[in-house]
Structure formats: structure tokens, C-alpha cells
Design a protein around this ligand. Structure first.
Ligand code: NAD
Length: 358
């Protein structure tokens, strides 16, 4: 079986971590007898330099024609002027829109050997294994906004708007994910205050009750959810929430694991085409030094195998290989204990690829 993967390495450490993820995917292809074709395309700052746009049409075309897209990161000081007409993040928002990606999946798993790396007490984070499903294309970030005159000077507004259709499709994605795990789903909203949250709660309840009676659903207000995430993170399995709440809660949840460099994500639409990327940015402070942790991108590649390539055995093998090298003590600079010698980005990739082949 052949798979075509479009690579958007992007800026900063993007090319370093994407290179290692592809090395690991190649190892999986060797082990399981599949063949992978990679095609490279531009996004972000590097695309602005080459084409004056953060998302060239050719990039969209290559992504639409692929089975899956693997992204590094975009941005950096060179393109950071907030007043610039063309900015690297436009590439990210643009590609999500062009591919119709409305669901962002962010797993957070605390490896037992890394529990001490978390800023929370090790006994609190031990065993944490949760998945946040964030709605990605609706809500406050996409509603009508503007400014108007006000007796005090000026007023500004943003609109949080959700339709039943938008809520139904993300509820289904989350319920499917919960079914593949322990069957527990927590929907997070602010239904005591917001009308959009009342529609959210009623719609999620209807979809899950009617279509996924085997899924055990509960609801939490977003303020309580943010508290439980640091007080009792082990209570969560799958969490589903709207765009802005998800933006904030996923960053909070990412801290549990100890390093941003460890965490993957997937952005999915109606079909199987998905975009896979680590949750971190382009880390310009360490770019080019070969010290970045590639595990977030490697685990994103594992998610790609599971959700876009219909290749769960490769996903399992990659995740097991990551667990194996962490258990053996392999650590990049972001994870080392005092006195321990870190390994390079490339060496981490080599060790995980070798473990996939074992
Ligand atoms: P960042 O995630 O790039 O870095 C934050 C800190 O974490 C830095 O100290 C960095 O060295 C460290 N870090 C990040 N990834 C790491 C890894 N894999 N291994 C080891 N250490 C790692 O966030 P930032 O510094 O706020 O942003 C830098 C640039 O990235 C900005 O231009 C920002 O706009 C952009 N950004 C892009 C994305 C994306 O492409 N999805 C996301 C966030 C930020």
C-alpha cells in the first residue's frame, strides 16, 4: 500500500523535527511493508520570503492531493511585526480552512518516567492520559466583530456563534474518540451564562444519547474544568469543547506532560485527510542547534497513521517505541535532569526509529 504525505516543515525547528518524524515513518514503512511518498511544500515565514504569501496556492493543491499533511511550525522574529499585512499564522489558519478541518485532537499523556518533569506533583499527574477535542472553525474567533462609537469613546465586540450542525459534527468526532478509549466523555461549556453554550449542551446531549448510548457523558462548566485539570487531571478521559475554551484548556493541559516538545496534535475534517503537527511553535531560541525534542512531531506522525492512513499497527508501534526510549532514559535537553547528558534531535529520532524496527 502507498501513501502520499505532504510535508510542510515551516520555520525555526520545524524542519529539524519533521525530518525526524519522517525517519520514524520510514522505519514503520519498512517494518510493515508499505511505501511512503513525501512531497514538500512551503508555509509560514519561509513561504513569505519565497512567494510573498504565507500559503501559496501550490501548497494548498499539494495538501488537498495528499493522504495526510505533516506540519512542523511557523513563525519567528523575522516575520513578527504585528502590523505586517502578511504573517506566518495566516498560513496555518488558511490551510485548516482550505482542508475543512474543524476538529483539533490533542492527547496529553504523562509517561511514568517523566512524571517528575511536570510542574505538578508527580502523584497528581501519574497515569494522566486524556484527549481534548477542540472545535476549530467556529465560535468567538470566527463570529462577527467590530467597533462602534460609545459615550465613553469606543466599544468593541466579538460574537460567539455556533449552529447545531457545527456542534453535532464535533460531538460525533469526540464520541467516536471516546468509544475508542474508555467510553467517558466530558463536554465543557459555560451554560450557566452563555446562550451558545446552552445550545452546545443540549446538542451534545442529544447526539450522544441518541447515537452513542454506550458513551458515558458528563458536563462541566469551563471554570470548573480549568480547576480540575490541575487539581485532579486523572478524572478526564475525552473532553470536548468549543474553540476559545479549547484554545485555553489545551495549553493548560499541555503543561501536565512536562515539556511542550512531547505533545502531538491532529486536525481533522469530515473525510480522512488530516493535518498533523506538534503543539509547540517554531522555537527560534533553539532553532538550528539540533537540541529540539522531536517526540511531539513523531507522535503526531503516529496519529496520522491512525486517523488518516488506516494504519493502526504503525501508530501503536511508534507510540510503543517512544515509550521504550523514554523508559530507557533517552532525554533531549528540555527533559534532562541535572547532571544528565542530553541527546540530540537526530539521535532521539534514530533511537525511536530503531525501536520501531525491533
Ligand atoms: P514556542 O512553542 O516556539 O517555544 C516556547 C518555548 O518552548 C521556547 O523556550 C522553546 O525553546 C521551547 N520549545 C518549543 N518546542 C520545543 C521542542 N520541540 N523541544 C524543546 N524545546 C521546545 O513558542 P513561542 O516562543 O511563543 O513562539 C515562537 C514562534 O512560534 C512565534 O513566532 C510564534 O508565533 C510561533 N508559534 C507557532 C505555532 C505553530 O506553528 N503552530 C504555535 C505557537 C507559536
Amino acid at each position: 500500500m502507498n501513501h502520499t504525505i505532504t510535508r510542510l516543515a515551516g520555520d525555526g525547528i520545524g524542519p529539524e523535527v519533521v525530518r525526524e518524524a519522517c525517519k520514524v515513518l520510514e522505519a514503520a514503512a519498512r517494518r510493515f511493508g508499505r511505501s511512503l511518498g513525501f512531497q514538500d511544500a512551503l508555509i509560514g515565514g519561509i513561504a513569505i520570503d519565497a512567494t510573498k504569501t504565507a500559503l501559496p496556492d501550490e501548497t494548498i493543491r499539494l495538501c488537498q492531493a495528499a493522504d495526510a499533511v505533516l506540519l512542523g511550525a511557523v513563525g519567528g522574529p523575522k516575520w513578527d511585526d504585528p502590523h505586517a499585512a502578511v504573517r506566518p499564522e495566516q498560513g496555518l489558519l488558511g490551510i485548516r480552512k482550505a482542508l475543512g478541518l474543524f476538529a483539533n485532537l490533542r492527547p496529553v499523556r504523562v509517561h511514568p518516567a517523566l512524571a517528575a518533569a511536570s510542574p505538578l506533583k508527580a502523584e497528581l499527574v501519574a497515569g494522566v492520559d486524556l484527549l481534548v477535542v477542540r472545535e476549530l472553525t467556529g465560535g468567538l474567533y470566527f463570529g462577527e466583530r467590530g467597533r462602534r462609537k460609545d459615550p465613553s469613546g469606543e466599544a468593541a465586540f466579538d460574537t460567539m456563534i455556533y449552529s447545531t450542525g457545527e456542534i453535532e459534527r464535533i460531538a460525533r468526532r469526540a464520541a467516536e474518540a471516546a468509544r475508542g478509549r474508555s467510553g467517558r466523555l466530558t463536554s465543557v461549556d459555560k451554560a450557566n451564562v452563555l446562550e451558545s453554550s446552552r445550545l452546545w449542551r443540549a446538542t451534545v446531549t442529544r447526539v450522544v444519547t441518541e447515537e452513542y448510548p454506550d458513551v458515558n457523558l458528563d458536563h462541566l462548566l469551563v471554570d470548573a474544568a480549568s480547576m480540575f485539570l490541575i487539581q485532579k487531571p486523572g478524572r478526564f478521559d475525552v473532553m470536548v469543547t468549543e474553540n476559545m475554551f479549547g484554545d485555553i484548556l489545551t495549553d493548560e493541559a499541555s503543561v501536565l506532560a512536562g515539556s511542550m516538545g512531547l505533545l502531538p496534535s491532529a486536525s481533522l475534517g469530515e473525510g480522512t485527510l488530516g493535518l498533523y503537527e506538534p503543539i509547540h511553535g517554531s522555537a527560534p531560541d533553539i532553532a538550528g542547534k539540533e537540541i529540539a525534542n522531536p517526540i511531539g512531531t513523531i507522535l503526531s506522525a503516529a496519529m496520522m497513521c491512525r486517523y488518516s492512513l488506516g494504519w493502526p499497527e504503525a501508530a501503536d508501534a511508534i507510540e510503543a517505541a517512544v515509550d521504550h526510549v523514554i523508559a530507557e532514559g533517552a532525554r533531549t535537553a528540555d527533559l534532562v535532569d541535572p547532571g544528565q547528558t542530553p541527546i540530540s534531535t537526530c539521535e532521539m529520532g534514530d533511537r525511536i526509529a530503531a525501536a520501531v524496527l525491533e
